[in-house]
Design a protein around this ligand. Structure first.
Ligand code: NAI
Length: 291
């Protein structure tokens, strides 16, 4: 198993969705360790704000407007980052949206939109930066942001759950495959974090997206309040993430309150396996008797 990263000073990191919330918390934690940081975000306004509050010289921090779902744009931004800050050896695929459209109102466009950002956006980052990481000859690390909604379903809408379950699977499988290249992969699955993800997503919803039902609108409003009332501090989450990079941990959580739901899900899956074993063995006996 690869060692964690401890030689942060002077490295270059790329953080998507880095202008606000958890991404900004990760960027701050990186900057504290002497990493030069490229922040990429779809919101030009949020990028300007981040650059203002972080107030660092250009050789330490650069901001790039990027839609992670757009592969051509991604390749162009990556070329600029390499020229501005050097080869990226730390990658944080964090940009995400939460749109809890119900299956009854969903469309192919909504599927493409949410999965395009939350899942393809993660893969686009890996596909873009992995060749440079492999060629760099030094240990590298990738953190993909999933969610507790990537472990258990309920309350976040099927598109969000689907995308976050997929990011869990992608991360676990890539970790196994990239370990012998000395590239660590961790998956972050936060519980509530005090960010404006609900409102930020509302602002960039595609024109023509089906309206939410009053029920889903209520769920999203309640989620926004819940995140700000009970959510973890994004800067604290940034530190937890960097600690995991230092120790090359596979999983990064932000709390421990989903244990029962996760255990229940695992038990139900194992029970289905046991049931199938019993049933298939009974059917097998019967099939032999009847031939
Ligand atoms: P946020 O809204 O504060 O930050 C997300 C950033 O991503 C925003 O600045 C937004 O402009 C940017 N973004 C959205 N679409 C983009 C695109 N197509 N290309 C580039 N940038 C884009 O939200 P937050 O909470 O910091 O979310 C970060 C990640 O954490 C997301 O993947 C989210 O699903 C995940 N997460 C958040 C939780 C929370 O409670 N806040 C809980 C679990 C997971």
């Amino acid at each position: 198993m690869s060692e964690g990263i401890t030689d942060f000073e002077g490295r270059t990191a790329f953080v998507t969705g880095g202008a606000r919330g958890i991404g900004l918390g990760i960027a701050r934690a990186l900057l504290r360790r002497g990493v030069n940081v490229a922040i990429a975000d779809i919101s030009a306004e949020a990028l300007d704000h981040a650059a203002d509050v972080l107030a660092l010289p250009q050789e330490r921090l650069r901001c790039y407007r990027l839609d992670v779902a757009d592969r051509e744009q991604y390749a162009d931004v990556a070329r600029r980052v390499a020229a501005d800050l050097g080869e990226v050896t730390l990658l944080f695929n964090n940009a995400g949206v939460i749109d809890s459209i119900s299956p009854a109102r969903a469309t192919y466009d909504m599927w493409d939109y949410v999965l395009g950002i939350n899942l393809n956006g993660v893969y686009n980052g890996i596909q873009t930066f992995l060749p440079g990481m492999l060629a760099s000859g030094r240990p590298c690390h990738i953190v993909n942001t999933s969610s507790e909604a990537g472990l258990i379903t309920g309350g976040s809408g099927f598109l969000y759950h689907t995308s976050k379950f997929a990011v869990m699977g992608l991360s676990e499988a890539m970790r196994d495959e990239l370990d012998h290249h000395d590239i660590g992969v961790s998956v972050l699955f936060p519980g509530p974090v005090a960010t404006d993800i609900v409102q930020n997503t509302r602002r960039i919803r595609p024109a023509g997206a089906p309206a939410h039902s009053p029920r889903v609108t209520g769920i999203l409003d309640a989620a926004h309040l819940h995140l700000h009332r009970d959510g973890a501090d994004p800067d604290g989450v940034g530190e937890v993430v960097l600690d995991a990079v230092e120790h090359n941990l596979p999983y990064i959580a932000t709390r421990n309150r989903s244990r029962e739901a996760l255990a229940r899900r695992t038990e139900e899956i194992v029970a289905a396996m046991d049931h199938a074993e019993r049933m298939l063995s009974r059917l097998g006996d019967a099939a032999i008797k009847h031939t």
